[in-house]
Design a protein around this ligand. Sequence first.
Ligand code: ASP
Length: 316
Amino acid sequence: MPSALVSLCLVVEAAAAQSYPSRPITMIVPYAAGGPTDTVARVVADAMGRDLGQRVIVENVAGAGGTIGTTRAAGSDPGGYTLLLNHIGMATAPTLYPGSIDPLASFEFVGLVADVPMTIVARRSFPPNSLKELIDYTAEQGEKITYAHAGAGTASHICGVLFASETGARPITIPYKGTGPAMIDLLGGQVDFMCDQTTNTTNQIQSGEIKAYAVTTSRRIPALSNVPTVTEAGLAKMELTVWHGIYAPRGTPPEVTQRLTSALKTALLASAVVERFRQLSALPVRAENASPDALKAKLTAEIQRWKPMLDKEAAR
Ligand code: ASP
């Protein structure tokens, strides 16, 4: 390219970054609407949009444990107008779907968002009334019991694998495109139990529409103070909080990702976000972790963390 043209391109790019964003932004959530990741994304997207002066519209592109939406986001135009909000599934995908997505190579990093505990829950009429009873009942009933999850590699799947490896339970697993639709079936009594994030279960537990056996944290959660922890029940290996991050396709200009990181930091301090997250027991990350480096480091470590367990599960 002649050098005058190169300079012109650089000027145009710099001007575009300065006026960014000049139109609405799409935030892809790779799971069904109405589920836990969708809830986190909508709270944050709304607040980021306020700071950016443009709407951030959540689009649910569900399927294949989140890899369909993630692949779509990776292949989008890197102009800052398509983003991805994904969770721990970003770290399990390289092991479970080799060749489909390389999250470390395909994205720029905006920052970590929030950590969300999980709950082990069941349909209201399910016989066990405590985690101990659930362990005995699942052992006794074997494949007569059904366990719902959001697809291989999702948080609900990992939590189910941990439960099975700690207790020996072997329920039939039913994959959904997200735990939003799984919750509808749990409420309707079509599936027996699942493990899902508090962002999707708190209201139904509080209203008594579903049973809660445990939270996957070492300490009890204020909003669900009568639900014991997995640690109290001797299942400390099931401790699990689900981290979330925001990504932009590889090649998104650094000025744009910096602007997005700054909007994320502002959003996490907004009182509406703090209050909504508090109600749902989601913990917004500290300001320094709403950053590209923190997200990249977390993703790198988590890919290694889950690989041995998932390799073992795949070989079963
Ligand atoms: N993230 C999934 C959803 O939003 C749930 C999961 O990972 O278990 O439906």
